[in-house]
Design a binder for this molecule. Structure first.
Ligand code: NDP
Ligand code: MG
Length: 379
């Protein structure tokens, strides 16, 4: 029985992870649940899954959550600091980082420090400080199991291949809702259009990132750290059906791909259950419903964020951290109708030019770069 802490249990990944727990009561129990401000859903989840403790990020909701759960036998905490500390609880075996944005960095570092296994959905943590996080995980002998579907695919392809060299990996991208659109067309797209992803139902931030291809850029950097690759070993192809989740090419030229219907419960369950493949009744893929699987080059001229991310990765240092922070601000502005879709890339690249470069950042440098990038991107 694995005891799991789910950070961000009220989100898209968090709720699907709880579905996985519900379907496998003999394999998992819930130790901790956390939310940012959705107190109602957190309470409902606490009553159903009976965790040891819950954390609500928004401190103004603490009293309400505490009062509602007063006789449920669940400890209630509030605030960002409580979120960082809760992962240290000795009962926890695994922390699933399903919260969004750079807010995941400190809790993930604390979880690794205290020896918890990590199921990592929060890709921003590796984008911001992948060097520190992977180094610490190595020191503490902590495994980081990827939840992101592409990285789970690579991880699954590498089973039994750890001593073999990777020539390159190919991350697949659906292309998002705006695949094939020109710059002129993108100038006027709305938030509602951007939030309609063709294949995946996800939280708002990652859905916008998928539309701009920044999500793929973040994933390229995530893959670099997870699989210890150089930038030249990572390729991106657009595969609109999202059936092949990613591919590894080995030094003998052989390629392994992992495929299946697009359903995040599969990679979530694989990360939580590793090394077991737990039985599931998720819908099965049928070739005859997909007689054509197609592949194309990403349009890097129109969707600038992909190249911006490659550039940030090649620069290294605090550059990916700055890029990520600026992107979080730009996406939030787009979601508030304060900027247009094409300006997301403008805000990100302008911020990357303005924040001073640091080649070997410490954790404090990363946190300061994140703050500075947010300030500049907000101007
Ligand atoms: P959602 O927006 O659906 O959920 C985010 C969760 O994090 C919610 O529980 C939210 O609480 C909580 N949260 C938000 N902001 C903060 C904060 N500042 N501090 C603490 N908690 C916070 O996101 P997703 O589930 O879509 O994505 C989560 C992560 O997983 C992201 O990093 C994303 O890139 C990654 N991912 C997601 C995929 C998907 O299919 N959704 C696929 C691959 C990766 P509240 O509900 O109270 O706001
Ligand atoms: Mg992904």
């Amino acid at each position: 029985m694995k005891k799991i802490a789910i950070l961000g249990s009220t989100g898209s990944i968090g709720t699907q992870a709880l579905d996985v727990v519900k379907s496998n009561p003999e394999a998992f129990s819930v130790e901790v649940l956390t939310a940012h401000s959705n107190a109602d859903l957190l309470i409902q989840q606490a009553l159903e899954y009976k965790p040891n403790a819950v954390v609500i990020g928004d401190e103004s909701k603490y009293q309400f959550v505490k009062d509602t759960l007063w006789d449920a036998g669940v400890k209630v905490y509030a605030g960002a600091q409580a979120l960082e500390q809760i992962v240290e609880m000795t009962e926890i075996d695994m922390v699933l980082t399903a919260l969004v944005g750079a807010a995941g960095l400190r809790p993930t570092i604390n979880a690794i420090q205290s020896g918890k296994q990590i199921a990592l959905a929060n890709k921003e943590t590796l984008v911001v400080a992948g060097d520190l996080v992977t180094k610490l995980a190595k020191e503490k002998a902590v495994n980081i199991y990827p939840v992101d579907s592409e990285h789970s695919a690579i991880f699954q392809c590498l089973a039994g291949e750890w001593h073999n060299q990777i020539e390159k990996i190919i991350l697949t991208a659906s292309g998002g809702p705006f695949r094939g659109k020109s710059k002129e067309e993108l100038a006027t797209v709305t938030k509602a259009q951007a939030l309609k992803h063709p294949n995946w139902d996800m939280g708002a931030k990652i859905t916008i990132d998928s539309a701009s291809l920044m999500n793929k850029g973040l994933e390229v950097i995530e893959a670099k750290w997870l699989f210890n690759l150089t930038p030249d070993q990572i390729e991106v192809i657009v595969h609109p059906q999202s059936i092949i989740h990613s591919i590894v090419q080995f030094t003998d030229g052989s390629m392994k791909a992992q495929m299946g219907l697009p359903d995040m419960k599969l990679p979530i369950q694989y990360a939580m259950g590793y090394p077991e493949r737990l039985k599931s009744d998720f819908p099965r893929f049928d070739f005859f419903n997909y007689p054509q699987l197609t592949f194309e080059q990403p349009d890097r001229e129109t969707f600038r964020c992909l190249n911006i991310a490659f550039e940030a990765m090649r620069h290294g240092g605090n550059m990916p951290c700055v890029m990520n922070a600026a992107n979080e601000i730009a996406v939030a502005k787009f979601l508030k109708d304060e900027i247009g879709f094409l300006q997301i890339a403008d805000v990100v690249s302008a911020t990357m030019e303005k924040v001073p470069f640091i080649s070997n950042p410490t954790l404090e440098d990363y946190l300061a770069s994140d703050t500075e990038a947010r300030r500049i991107a907000s101007l």
